[in-house]
Write a protein that binds this ligand. Structure first.
Ligand SMILES: [Zn+2]
Ligand SMILES: [Zn+2]
Length: 135
């Protein structure tokens, strides 16, 4: 390795060490803010405590913000895939209509099938359900 290369390598190492010193502090603050905003939004759209509107899932970790009429991809592009920017936008715009809280299962199923399968399994009558079970 030549002399020049040695210098740039040290510089890199130095920068990296600096990064390691300052990063965790900023991160905890940012994570706290993120959690605070997320809870604020989830409680607005999903109640206190927030639950899945479709299947009543209550585990917070399973919950996600759902766009009632779709449009998630367009929105993700608009906010350059930044969930933080998106959350700030929601709060700044006084919690606009068109969102609800769903769990990941219901959210994904809705995306794939158009409707969450819960809407038809919960919708059928009990005797019909027993017929299906017996079949
Ligand atoms: Zn659900
Ligand atoms: Zn569901």
């Amino acid at each position: 390795m030549n002399w020049k290369g040695g210098i740039s390598l040290n510089k890199k190492k130095y920068k990296h060490q600096k990064y390691l010193i300052y990063k965790p502090k900023q991160d905890t603050r940012r994570i706290e803010l993120y959690k605070e905003r997320k809870r604020q939004i989830f409680e607005y759209y999903g109640g206190i405590p927030p639950i899945c509107k479709c299947c009543n899932e209550i585990l917070y970790e399973f919950l996600t913000l759902d766009h009632i009429n779709g449009g998630g991809r367009k929105e993700r592009n608009q906010f350059k895939n930044s969930y933080t920017k998106f959350m700030l936008w929601i709060i700044k715009n006084n919690f606009p209509k068109g969102y609800q809280i769903l769990c990941f299962n219901c959210n994904q199923a809705k995306g794939i099938y158009g409707k969450c399968p819960h809407t038809w399994t919960f919708g059928i009558k009990e005797n019909e359900y027993n017929l299906i079970k017996e079949a």
